[in-house]
Design a protein around this ligand. Structure first.
Ligand code: NAG
Ligand code: NAG
Length: 154
């Protein structure tokens, strides 16, 4: 069974990786969920992936479980999973809506999530059903702080 990105199974390696922490990048124009996904907005279209911080903690991604186009997703609920050499983590949707595109490149190149988390490693695009949900997401500054606080707990 997949666990949330930072659930207990992840905790053992988080302690180790905390020693080389510190320089995960955060992009200014994106919005962030506390489960470590990012959203890039363009009108009602939202591109979604996992953050640099998340991929760094997961380690080498070996498989990405993608939803099908047309699937409905709900804010805070899992739509897929990312499997790394260390753990399998659910990926939650930061917004509600319908999946309009999936990054099929990830089927053959799951490592794009590590190499390019904010760009070529995007996971899905969602046509949002409720624009006001983005108000509950963090901006880059809040997310950076959130990651620092989380690191300092380990
Ligand atoms: C935003 O979406 C519109 C319409 O689909 C598209 O033409 C435009 O290139 C997009 N802008 C960016 C920055 O992706
Ligand atoms: C849209 O999202 C906001 C914020 O999460 C919520 O309060 C509101 O009930 C939602 N509206 C609909 C129609 O689901």
């Amino acid at each position: 069974m997949a666990s949330k990105l930072w659930a207990s199974r992840a905790a053992s390696y988080l302690k180790i990786s905390a020693f080389h922490r510190g320089f995960s990048s955060v992009l200014k124009d994106l919005k962030y969920a506390d489960s470590h996904e990012w959203v890039k907005l363009n009108g009602t279209s939202a591109t979604i992936g996992i953050t640099d911080h998340a991929q760094d903690h997961l380690g080498d991604v070996v498989f990405v479980e993608l939803p099908e186009v047309g699937t409905s997703v709900t804010q805070g609920n899992s739509f897929g999973a990312v499997e790394s050499v260390k753990a399998t983590s659910d990926v939650n949707s930061p917004v509600s809506g319908k999946v309009v595109e999936i990054n099929v490149e990830l089927n053959s190149s799951p490592g794009l999530v590590n190499a390019s988390p904010y760009d070529n490693g995007w996971i899905i695009k969602v046509e949002m059903s409720n624009g006001s949900e983005v108000n509950s997401l963090m901006d880059s500054e809040q997310y950076s702080k959130f990651c620092e606080e989380e690191n300092s707990k380990h």
